[in-house]
Write a protein that binds this ligand. Sequence first.
Ligand code: FES
Length: 271
Amino acid sequence: MEPQTLSPTAGLKQPAFGETARRDLWWVQPVAVFFGLSAALAYLNWAAFQNAHYVFGNYLSPLYSPEVFGESPHAWFGPKPGWWPAWMPFSPAFLILWAPAGFRMTCYYYRGAYYKSFWADPPACGVGEPRKSYWGERSLPLILQNSHRFFLYCALLFLVFLSQDVWKALWFEDPVSHKTTFGIGVGTLVLALNLVLLSGYTLGCHSFRHLVGGNLDCLSCAPARLGAYRCSSFFNSRHMLWAWISLVGVTFADVYVRLCSMGVWTDWRII
Ligand code: FES
């Protein structure tokens, strides 16, 4: 007699939307994520549109780095290009923020978080969904989430740019003699901490982990890749934590540079 295979959910009634047997406070996390991500999105969009107060001496806000075109001395190719449409607002942040934004939007952790928080699909694990069938990420627009690997390449490049910014943040120009000397200010530490947090988030990316450790039959036969895989796995095991603290870190770095530039905060020199 042919063995019969039964679906593990065969015979079970699908719960209605929001229905669950869970007795814990399952809704707290999606609600917290909703407010946390909304606040971050609101601030980051506001800051990107400002096109002002993103530089303080040798400090450059990470939201504007690299500054491809712009008014500050950090700009690679000078001020706003002539081909920029006159009717369109300009900010150096517009030219670059698509990359880190795309990286976060397509991140496996954030996907799970904002699917639950912003459109309750599902509201949480073990809680009834708003629809009966599984659509997956096999058609537009969600199939575009598969571009995450390509955003990872951009994010790795951005770590190089941010490292250069930390290096520049170590060199201060004397306002009288115009000589440049080595130093460390609180802003240097803020930009360095931002780089560390973003590195922890990026190097723990699931795609990066697969990049360094995947496609091998014998990982232990390639010691360098095994080391990179273990390093990535270390960060990956706390990917959600790195995602959040790096988001707070990059936001705070912009706030710090902005308030110093506006004269609200004083940048204390440590060395
Ligand atoms: S999976 Fe989160 S950054 Fe790649």
